[in-house]
Design a protein around this ligand. Structure first.
Ligand code: 6PG
Length: 239
């Protein structure tokens, strides 16, 4: 593991893995370990799911049997599309995993993005009111350094008093209207795991490692963040 580590909230622990399959295995194990630990300690496991394509196969692996009764599932962001639209992050997670396991429906907290960005952000902020720190936040990385639906040049919600959920109206990654948890709310967690795979992410990884400012860097939980990344995207000799 290569760590840009001042030990504090800004630290990034780069964990190189051989390929996407290895990344999925490590991610799957980390999620189940975190769930077991949280349920033992606090009687429940609060996980925030990433959208996009990278986590799909990890979600598929999570169909494995476990005690779902203690899981509470949230989403890091959602696309403003009809509730049953296949392009929704909630649809991807449901198709790959949530529709295949007996997790109580009222424990899966989809972002009501079909209401439109502003109304959905307000509604999800209400959903999150009173929900303490998350246990596990899963995130992807875009080619431009975005994460969740926090995009360069837009509001990332980094202020301590930033809203928990932000409306997004001009996302460069379609659809333009989205809802995203703010960087501050995504950072209120006991652990963050980024999943980064594919040649297209090489530039974003290099930019992140060079210290460039980008939404992914704004995610700064006390523990720092872990980034599971295909080793081919790291400089030679680092893994
Ligand atoms: C989305 C995601 C977005 C995604 C990254 C990486 O709505 O698309 O929330 O932040 O995680 O764009 O996407 P891939 O995993 O498909 O590369």
């Amino acid at each position: 593991m290569d760590t840009h580590d001042d030990g504090g909230p800004g630290s990034v622990h780069w964990i190189g893995v051989a390929d996407a399959q290895a990344m999925r295995q490590v991610a799957y194990r980390r999620i189940l370990d975190a769930a077991r630990h949280a349920i033992q300690r606090r009687g429940r496991f609060l996980i925030v799911l990433a959208g996009g394509n990278t986590p799909r196969e990890v979600y598929r692996m999570l169909r494995a049997d476990t005690d779902w009764s203690r899981w509470q599932v949230y989403f890091g962001d959602e696309r403003c599309l009809p509730a049953d639209d296949a392009e929704r992050n909630s649809s991807m997670a449901a198709d790959a995993w949530l529709d295949h396991v007996p997790i109580p429906r009222d424990q899966v907290h989809a972002i009501p993005a079909e209401l439109g960005a502003s109304a959905a952000a307000r509604a999800y902020a209400e959903t999150l009111r009173g929900v303490g720190d998350f246990d596990f936040v899963l995130l992807g990385l875009g080619e431009d350094g975005h994460t969740a639906s926090l995009f360069p040049g837009r509001d990332w919600g980094i202020a301590a008093d930033a809203p928990d959920a932000l409306p997004v109206f001009d996302a460069p990654k379609p659809p333009p209207q989205r809802v995203s948890l703010s960087a501050t709310r995504l950072s209120r967690t006991r652990g963050v795991l980024f999943l980064v795979a594919g040649e297209a992410k090489r530039g974003a990884v290099a930019q992140w490692r060079s210290g460039a400012d980008m939404p992914a860097r704004a995610i700064q939980p006390e523990t720092g963040v872990d980034v599971l990344v295909e080793s081919m995207l790291l400089p030679v000799g680092v893994n």
